[in-house]
Design a protein around this ligand. Structure first.
Ligand SMILES: Cc1cc2nc3c(=O)[nH]c(=O)nc-3n(C[C@H](O)[C@H](O)[C@H](O)COP(=O)(O)OP(=O)(O)OC[C@H]3O[C@@H](n4cnc5c(N)ncnc54)[C@H](O)[C@@H]3O)c2cc1C
Length: 497
């Protein structure tokens, strides 16, 4: 029996999944405490480092305008939002994860995605069309591609701040600098958590607990243990606080490990980026223009298909491939025909860059690439480009190479017009894929697929969703969907207890 006066729901974590859980539990009548490990000025986890973009089902303008009601006439006139059906979303999740994704969890994400974005909006988050990464501008018109159309105005930091103020407004208490270290178990299941605040451990009793405290990407030791050798050296793109605590404490009481423990989301990232994300420039390490480049390793060879698909279907798996190259680095090489397509991140201070008017000089300036092999790679590549196909970055244009050991499938421009630019990248890890098994009510399951009474989970620490790769902007969406469900279910569990 829980004692009178105990809290209804404790939410562990302070990112998007946690705040959605807290808001939802409150909406369903629970009193809620949020325990966030980070200090207040660093609150919000990885969610605060994002662009705030959400992948949801939509059928074009008529859905977008409900989420962005302040769309201007001019924006409406110049934008083709396309559409993204539930079937496309399910296909993308299946294809991208090599059909390992838990079909029940996939179905829930897809079917409730649009409604969940509405719900977040009602809580006070403002959304905008996400022109930046997902729309191509041509002759004054913007055309969306790749399934994502909206993002929180002001990006991830603003998303998280709006979610926090919505929580505070509704009387949800948030404690910062509160590291949860374990779960308290009673005769009827989970009855609270142990937490360290200011170096002192205390017990917080609650009728239900929601774990939403991220994956283990910031834990160097676990990375090496589960992802493999070399991962200790990867750069963490976001929060330093996600060290797998929630996963560990649930496993300690018999939760079932689920999903791809050896897999993670990782990208081509500034080679000399700091060890953890820089909240003052959270997106500064991106090098997302690789589809217009050729990527070269230290041996001067190409090692992947830069144009295999739209960026948002390949970027999350290419960090691993860079990590696997000799020395764990690579260079993205562009010529002047495409550099206008590169985003601002290439122009900022801190980008490791070489520029030259000849390829020979460029090789010298890169300095750590086999010069002769690099020149021959570019020669062979240029000769293999199908120049008769029109280059078009807004579609998979089929302008490809033919006959190379590794062909480039789209957007293949010869590297021949100076000045040439090259950017050096390493591997940046975003979040890990392995975690806990939940059912469709976000209840954490034990090894026999039985719910652990009183324990719910959402966000990055849920396993079974992403494998091998990731369709861009589905992390916030999955976290919001299951956070909302976890909050609702935890509130109802608490009431019944
Ligand atoms: C640079 C970057 C850009 C991204 N861009 C996007 C994007 O635009 N769209 C998208 O969908 N996804 C994006 N992602 C992925 C996205 O960040 C995650 O999928 C999502 O934010 C996960 O939310 P979460 O709430 O599970 O975890 P987080 O937001 O990481 O929150 C975890 C929280 O748990 C807290 N915590 C950890 N341990 C403890 C503990 N022991 N006790 C208490 N609290 C603890 C942390 O401090 C943190 O507040 C991006 C990620 C990065 C790093």
């Amino acid at each position: 029996m829980m004692e009178k006066g105990a809290l209804d729901v404790v939410v562990v974590g302070g990112g998007n999944a946690a705040l959605c859980a807290a808001l939802s539990a409150r909406e369903h009548g629970a009193n809620v405490l949020v325990l966030e490990r980070a200090p207040k000025d660093q609150r919000g986890g990885n969610s605060a480092f994002t662009e705030g973009s959400f992948r949801m089902v939509h059928s074009g303008l008529k859905d977008v305008i409900k989420i962005v009601p302040d769309l201007s006439k001019e924006e409406i006139a110049r934008t083709d939002f396309g559409e993204y059906t539930a079937e496309q979303y399910l296909d993308d999740l299946g294809r991208i994860t090599q059909y390992y994704i838990d079909p029940d969890l996939a179905e829930i994400i897809v079917r409730t995605s649009t409604d969940t974005v509405h719900w977040i909006r009602e809580k006070g988050v403002r959304f905008l069309p996400f022109y930046g990464l997902y729309a191509h501008r041509d002759k004054g018109r913007s055309k969306f591609f790749g399934g994502v159309v909206v993002c929180a105005a002001g990006g991830g930091r603003a998303l998280v701040e709006a979610e926090h103020s919505a929580a505070e407004k509704r009387g949800i208490v948030i404690r910062y600098g509160a590291q949860v270290t374990g779960l308290v178990r009673g005769r009827s299941g989970v009855e609270g958590v142990r937490v360290i605040v200011d170096g002192v451990e205390e017990e917080v009793r609650a009728r239900a607990v929601v774990l939403a405290c991220g994956g283990f990407e910031a834990n160097r030791e676990w990375r090496t243990r589960y992802l493999g050798p070399g991962w200790d050296l990867a750069k963490v793109r976001g929060s330093r606080f996600n060290t797998g605590d929630g996963i560990r404490m649930a496993l300690d009481i018999g939760a079932q490990p689920y999903g791809q423990w050896s897999g993670c989301h990782s990208v081509s990232w500034e080679r000399y980026a700091p060890d953890f994300g820089d909240s003052s420039a959270p997106l500064g390490g991106y090098r997302h223009g690789y589809a217009y480049s050729i990527m070269i390793n230290s041996e001067g060879k190409r090692f992947l298909d830069e144009g295999a698909d739209f960026r948002n279907y390949t970027y999350a798996k290419y960090g691993r491939i860079v990590l696997q190259q000799p020395g764990s680095y690579a260079w993205q090489v562009f010529d002047s025909q495409v550099t206008h397509l590169l985003m601002n991140e290439y122009r900022i201070k801190g980008a490791t860059k070489a520029q030259a008017n000849t390829l020979e000089e460029l090789a010298d300036r890169m300095g750590d690439v086999d010069r002769a092999q690099f020149l021959s790679t570019v020669r062979e590549y240029n000769a293999a480009v199908k120049r008769d196909v029109q280059f078009d970055p807004s579609i998979k244009d089929g302008r490809r190479t033919v006959g190379l050991e590794i062909d480039k499938s789209n957007w293949a421009n010869p590297i021949e017009v100076p000045p040439f630019e090259a950017y050096s990248v390493g591997c940046g890890i975003t979040f890990t894929f392995g975690g806990l098994k939940i059912d469709t009510t976000a209840h954490v399951l034990d090894i026999s697929d039985t719910p652990l009474p009183g324990l719910f989970a959402a966000g990055e620490l849920v396993g079974g969703i992403f494998y091998f790769n990731y369709p861009g902007s589905s992390g916030l969406m999955a976290g919001a969907v299951f956070g909302r469900i976890a909050g609702r279910e935890a509130a109802s569990f608490a009431k019944a207890r």
